[in-house]
Structure formats: C-alpha cells, structure tokens
Design a protein around this ligand. Structure first.
Ligand SMILES: C[S@@+](CC[C@H](N)C(=O)[O-])C[C@H]1O[C@@H](n2cnc3c(N)ncnc32)[C@H](O)[C@@H]1O
Length: 521
C-alpha cells in the first residue's frame, strides 16, 4: 500500500526522491512477498530494476537503469540465435554493469533465454563457462534445465547442464517441486533426454568407473569418464578398420546409395593407422579415457590426416637438420603450433608418439572454449591449449612472444594448419611471414574462402570447372605461391623452399600438403 501511494503521489513529480522512497518501500513489500503491481503499470523499467534484484541493491539513476535494461535486452536478443560473439561483446564492453546472470522480462537470464530458444551449441558452453547460474528459476519457477527439457529436443543442452553441475535429481522449489528431470522429460515426451537420464542412472549403479589413463577399454564396455562424467565407448579404431575392409571386399570402393553423400568413397589405406597401432605405448595412451573426446565416427579419417601432416613435419625437420627427427614421426627439439586444432587429434598423436625426454612442446590454438576441448590437452605438461581467435591481430604478437620463449629452450618452432577453412590458411601464412623464428609451415587446406572473403585476395580467382576438386587444387597452388612470397613485396624471393604434394594415405580427396621451409638465418 505504501509503495502504491509513493508511486502515485510522487513518481511523476520528483523521480529522484521517489526512487529513494521506493527503494525503502519496495524492500518492505518484497520482504512481505508483496511486490506492488502498480510499479509495473506506472514505470516498468523502475519495477524491473527493483524487483529484479529483490531490492537488494542501491537505488540507481534513471539513465543507469535504462542503459542496463537496454544492454540486458540486447543480450537476450542475441541468446535466441546463439550468437556467442554478440553476447561476449556485450559482456566485455559492459563489465560491472551487467553480468551473465542479469535477468530480463520473466526473470529470465541469458541461459534461460537460450534454452527457451532451443540452443544446444556453443552459446550454451559459453554461458556455462562464464558462470551462468545453473539452477536459477525464472518467474514461472523454471530452471534452465527444465526449459532445456521442454525446448531442446537433442538432449545436448541437458547433458551440458548436468555435466556442469545442474540439479536434475529432485527440484526443491519452483513449478516442478518434488519432480526430477526424468519426470519432466517424460511429461514433455523428450525421448533423447529420457535416454540420457536412463544412461546416467545406469552409470550411477555401475561399479566399473574407469580411472584416468587406465589404458584401453574393451570395445563393448562402457566407461564413465571421471572428469566430465560422460559415458563413453573406447578403442574402436581396429574394429572400424576391419569392418570397412570387409564391406569394401563385398561391395567395392564406393558405398551404395542414390544420394551423393551415400556414394562417398570408402578409404581403406591403413599404413598410417598401422604405424600408430604398432607404437603400443602411443596406442595405450590414446586409448586412455581422457582422450575420449577425440574418439568419434571419423576416427580413422582423422588419424590418417593427422599422420599425413606429421610425416610432412618430420620430413621438414630432416631438411632443417633438426637432430633426432630421422624416420617415422619421431620429433625432437621442436615447438609445434597446431593452428585451429579442433578436437586436437594432431596434438594428441604428437604428444602420444613423442616420449618425455624429447624436448618437444605442442601448442594447440582454436576458438573452442577450453572446457569443450578434450581433457588430455589439460593433463599433459608437454601440451597446451590456447583459446583464441586466429583471425585477430593481437594473436601474432602473442605467438611471437611464445615462439621466442621456446627458441630460448632449444626448440625449433613449426606451424601446422590441418584442414584450415578459407582465410584461416592465409592467416597462418601471415604468421609464418611475420614471425621469422618459425622455421617451417605445414598446411593442408580445406574449403575455399567464401565469395566475400575472396574479394580480400586480389591474386586468387576461382575458376569455372566440372571437376569439383579443380578449385581446391587452385587454392592449394595459390597458398604455395603465397608462402613463396610471389604476391608479397616483404618476402625476399629465394628465402623460402616450398613444396606442394598430395598424400594418398590420407582418407580424403582434399589431401594436398604444402610445406614451406625458411632458408638461411
Ligand atoms: C575443419 S576444423 C579443423 C580442425 C583440426 N585442425 C582437425 O584437423 O581436426 C576447423 C577448426 O577451426 C576452428 N576455427 C574456425 N575459425 C576460427 C578462428 N577464427 N579462430 C580460431 N579457430 C577457428 C574451428 O573451431 C574448428 O575447430
């Protein structure tokens, strides 16, 4: 009642004074669980800023509140489309004004909004990483996990929330008080979440919880990762290979099927896989449970590609005269920078196949958030992961600093870029050009730059061709020319020794490898 009177009598006359009085009055109302509805009618933004914080903070000026409200609005308009960059920019530019748990209409945080709009991808990782409250309830009494069950049919968002520690066993408050996530999933007929929760339930009764680095796990055996609590199947590499060999024997090189996708070539080249399997210690390490993120449906393909790049690195080391690099992919005294490392297969193999005494260091750089990168990168002192935008200008200076530190430790820096998309290959060459201490670059390009990005490359012109790979190899030749310094005045001709070849052991049609060596001091 008192708040109503204050608002009606004074708000329009003297807003500053009213704010102070409102602050006191609303605190009383809030303690009595009685937020005056007139606040919403009269001035929704004032209501918002008081009610939102449960009146726990000091009264703020009109413009501060309006600014904050605008920011929170823009935050919750970025969340529905999963725009991580926009959200990150809003937080970065407005530190101290809004935070990851700022709420808007309906007491929804950005995480609530993301769940309401079925986001399951990087935005969810980003908000969790930023410390979003996992169990905050909106004004309908729903926590993010409840909204995820209702709106995110893939089950990934729910898995991420549970992995991050969200309560799913029994909701203590809110609309679903007394119910579990399973009850809500059944009610909303979200089958993938039901399956996920069933698996989690099984795991909890499971006595077989694998420990880190306990070696290969039987293929049929499931194990629970002690780090992220996911249920994983391991050690599929050999059985996948045997399976595909059997299918090629009976059906030929190409899969049957009418669509282009189903007509894909089956690759059975196994030289690189055998080389990896022959290194029992490396295989044992790679089967350790902390490598489970690397294991996926395309494991043989990824191994073949990474091994192709690493053979190119080993050859480059031979030519550079780096001691200990003769034969196989045994490396010594190198600092390998794996640009756009993805899940880090190349770095994983580097780490596993090169024993501790070899004075190597491997740095993986990607924009993936650290908690989405396989655990092995964080649990091996030879390996390091940097979460960076490779296209950013600042990275060059940072990389240069790191390269110099490693040179001081007797390591030769080598840059690798495995299946870099579009302009990322060009950017890798920029780093190589600018950081003189990097002695070699090994690139295996992937897709061409987008049409818009091609306008930034005056010397590259896509051509019309029937062969779908024509432009891929045109792009590879362009990148070779770039490393040679053909399109640059800053690179002295003859300073680079560059080769371009294809590696048929790689399980991909995009098997071009470009190796650039810096000649002389
Ligand atoms: C095709 S994947 C290659 C992954 C890895 N090299 C491999 O062979 O498995 C491309 C990777 O580039 C990363 N990426 C794309 N744009 C990036 C950027 N601007 N900065 C850093 N990483 C980027 C993606 O996150 C993704 O992991």
């Amino acid at each position: 009642m008192r708040a109503n009177r204050v608002v009606q009598d004074e708000l329009d006359i003297n807003r500053g004074e009213a704010l102070r009085q409102l602050h006191d009055a609303v605190q009383v109302c809030a303690r009595q669980q009685n937020v005056p509805s007139v606040l919403k009618k009269k001035s929704s933004w004032i209501a918002y800023c008081f009610v939102r914080e449960g009146c726990a903070r000091d009264a703020r000026t009109d413009s501060e509140c309006q600014h904050e409200l605008r920011l929170t609005c823009s935050l919750t308009t970025s969340a529905p489309v999963g725009d991580v960059t926009a959200c990150a920019e809003i937080f970065d530019k407005n530190k101290g004004i809004i935070h990851v748990n700022s709420t808007r209409r309906g007491r929804n945080t950005a995480l609530h909004t993301a769940m309401l709009h079925s986001q399951e991808g990087p935005l969810v990782d980003y908000l969790i990483d930023k410390g979003a409250s996992l169990d905050a309830e909106n004004n309908k009494g729903c926590s993010p996990i409840v909204l995820a069950i209702m709106n995110c049919r893939g089950g990934k968002a729910v898995a991420k929330l549970i992995n991050a520690g969200a309560n799913y066993k029994e909701f203590k408050t809110g609309k679903y008080r007394g119910m579990s996530a399973m009850d809500v999933a059944v009610e909303y007929k979200n089958d993938s979440v039901v399956q996920l929760l069933k698996r989690l339930g099984d795991e909890e009764n499971d006595t077989c919880v694998a420990t880190v680095s306990d070696g290969p796990v039987n293929m049929k055996e499931r194990a629970t990762c002690p780090i992220c609590k996911m249920t994983v199947k391991m050690s599929r590499i050999e059985s996948d290979q045997l399976h595909i060999e059997r299918r090629v024997k009976s059906n030929g090189d190409f899969s049957q099927g009418s669509t282009k996708r189903h007509k894909q070539k089956k690759y059975i080249a196994r030289k690189y896989m055998d080389e990896l399997l022959a290194n029992k210690e490396a295989y044992r390490i790679l089967c350790g449970i902390e490598y489970h993120h690397v294991e996926n449906m395309r494991i043989r393909k990824e191994i073949s590609e990474s091994m192709g790049v690493l053979h190119a690195v080993a050859n480059a080391c031979g030519k550079l005269g780096i001691a200990g690099s003769e034969g196989g992919i045994s490396l010594r005294n190198v600092f390998i920078v794996d640009l756009c490392s993805g899940k880090g297969m190349t770095t994983a193999i580097c780490g596993a196949m090169n024993e501790d005494g070899s004075n190597n260091k491997f740095l993986a750089i990607d924009k993936m958030l650290p908690h989405t990168v396989p655990h092995f990168i964080h649990s091996n002192s030879k390996l390091e992961y940097l979460c960076r935008d490779v296209m950013s200008e600042e990275l060059c200076a940072e990389l240069e600093g790191r390269v110099k530190e490693q040179v001081a430790m007797g390591r030769v820096p080598i840059l690798i870029g495995m299946h870099l998309c579009g302009l990322l290959s060009d950017q890798a060459i920029n780093f190589f050009e600018r950081i003189e201490e990097i002695k070699a670059i090994v690139l295996s390009p992937c897709c061409l730059p987008t049409k818009r990005d091609q306008t930034k490359l005056p010397y590259f012109q896509k051509e019309k061709a029937d062969d779908p790979l024509h432009n891929y190899f045109l792009w590879a030749r362009y990148l070779k020319g770039r490393i040679e310094g053909r399109f640059s005045e800053t690179v002295r001709s003859g300073k680079m020794d560059v080769s371009l070849y294809t590696d048929s052991e790689m399980h991909t049609e995009k098997n071009a490898l470009i190796v650039g060596l810096r000649n002389g001091p």
